[in-house]
Ligand binder design. Structure first.
Ligand code: NAD
Ligand code: UDP
Ligand code: UDP
Length: 417
């Protein structure tokens, strides 16, 4: 029987995967998905006239509550009654962890996980593409600190581990100020490596499948050197990440810094900036709003999409494992963009029907120009991740897209989109 309400949809996804993380090598990073979900599908209330209704499907235990008043177009936030319970770790196991870019999409999920696991987390972010609201549910927690800072400037702190994520990741955002993107990749990484060297912290950088450019080998293995246009519009990001990897291994060889390099492939999930122009957010929002979905080019280019919780599992395993070579973290399930558009359209319709939207409109698909240097094929070869981390994606793209649809739908209902 197919699920009927948003709660049932969430429960159905839960039935397949009810926890994330692993209990491995004496390191237990497991968290139940219900707790995680309550942090991004927080309850939301809409006030129309005298009535206030609850929208969304999350438990009401945690999360910043907000009440949107349709008549006055005002939103009221309430502060936390309770923080989600975090693990109580003995001092010897509790780490001081810096997450640069921690207010962004990937960073905020990583922060949730590290906080729930009981660590002390400092987020460093200049809020260029991230937002304070992504981690606002931790503000005030004794284990949490948020610092507004630009990584191109030096930064001093005492830490045990550094997850260095700070860098805009979507093509429209990283191309908005190409020079700043290169500065962030180079100077930001230099500063964080200098910090790792001084504090002897372990350093993990989130590199990207873009280091392979428009690849001539398929799927992409870590020992493929790539095919990158060094002067094209994507170069600020691609070459920025390549030089950031070069710096990382320079510090490892010269100064003995303990490094980890994750090459991340396309990732999606709740809290993706709805305006960052990436394909998953664009398609879902267009379909939810009943607008045509915009496929660039003929839609025959491919990508492999992984859900955010799988990526966070991979990052935590890599940070706490022994592999110092670059590791691809991504899905090996390849979609053409056209196939993906159709899949998203079906899932959005399914959620709308389940939520009682009468006769949801079947949206059209239109074709726009393909951006310059758009890679034609991309699929992760994850053999190394399997062999060295015993990691492979567990989430079905379908389940992930459903969660993201619920998240954006809630934002639309709340008047935020
Ligand atoms: P995002 O844009 O949501 O997050 C990036 C964060 O970094 C934002 O909070 C932003 O404000 C912050 N930031 C940017 N420049 C900064 C600066 N100079 N100083 C301080 N903070 C700064 O992007 P994301 O998808 O969360 O990506 C996070 C990391 O993962 C990036 O390094 C990205 O290259 C990498 N990555 C992501 C994907 C993906 O599909 N999401 C794929 C490959 C690699
Ligand atoms: N750096 C930093 N925080 C630290 C240590 C270093 O931001 O805690 C910066 C430092 O300002 C420099 C960069 O990291 O710009 C590289 O530092 P490193 O010690 O490797 O080089 P040096 O300072 O000798 O140029
Ligand atoms: N794309 C699309 N429609 C959109 C946004 C993106 O067809 O509204 C295409 C884009 O041209 C690319 C793929 O989807 O081929 C993935 O784009 P995205 O910007 O998400 O990430 P990329 O992998 O290119 O960095």
């Amino acid at each position: 029987m197919s699920p009927k309400t948003a709660d049932e949809i969430a429960a159905a996804a839960d039935a397949t995967i009810h926890e994330v993380g692993y209990d491995r090598n004496g390191f237990d990073s497991r968290i139940d998905t219900k707790t995680l979900r309550s942090l991004y599908l927080a309850p939301a209330f809409i006030k129309a006239g005298a009535e206030t209704t609850n929208v969304g499907s999350a438990s009401k235990d945690y999360g910043t509550e907000s009440v949107y008043d349709k008549d006055s177009n005002k939103i009221q936030y309430t502060t936390f009654a309770k923080f989600p319970p975090v693990r109580l770790l003995p001092d010897a196991q509790r780490k001081r962890i810096l997450v640069t870019g921690g207010a962004g999409f990937v960073g905020s999920h990583l922060v949730d996980r590290l906080m729930l696991l009981g660590h002390e987390v400092t987020v460093l972010d200049n809020f260029f593409t991230g937002s304070r609201t992504t981690v606002s549910h931790w503000v005030g927690h004794p284990n949490f600190e948020m610092v507004r800072h630009d990584v191109v400037e030096p930064f001093m702190i005492e830490v045990d581990q550094i997850y260095h994520l700070a860098c805009p990741a979507s093509p429209p955002h990283y191309q908005y100020n190409a020079v700043k993107t290169i500065k962030t990749s180079f100077m930001g990484t230099l500063n964080m490596l200098g910090l790792a060297k001084r504090t002897k912290a372990r350093f993990l950088i989130t590199s990207t499948s873009e280091v392979y450019g428009d690849p001539e080998e398929h799927p992409q293995r870590e020992d493929y050197w790539g095919h990158v246009n060094c002067i094209g519009p994507r170069a600020c990001y691609d070459e920025g990440k390549r030089v950031a990897e070069t710096l990382t291994y320079g510090y490892m060889r010269q100064d003995g810094v303990d490094v980890r390099v994750a090459r991340i492939f396309n990732t999606f999930g709740p809290r993706m900036n709805p305006y960052d122009g990436r394909v998953v957010s664009n398609f879902i929002i267009q379909a939810l709003k009943g607008e045509d979905m915009t496929v660039y080019g003929d839609g025959q280019q491919t990508r492999s999409f992984q859900y955010i919780h799988d990526l966070v599992d991979g990052l935590i395993l890599l940070m706490n494992g022994e592999e110092t070579r670059p590791v691809n973290i991504g899905s090996s399930h390849e979609f053409t963009i056209m196939e993906f558009a159709e899949a998203v359209r079906d899932i959005v319709e399914e959620v709308q029907k389940a939520e009682g939207v009468p006769n949801p409109k079947r949206v059209g698909i239109i074709y726009n120009d393909i951006p310059t240097d758009d890679p034609q094929r991309r699929r992760a070869d994850t053999t190394r991740a399997k062999e060295t981390l015993d990691w492979q994606p567990r989430w079905m793209v379908r389940d992930g897209v459903r969660e993201m649809v619920l998240y954006y739908k809630q934002m639309i209902d709340q008047g935020k989109l």
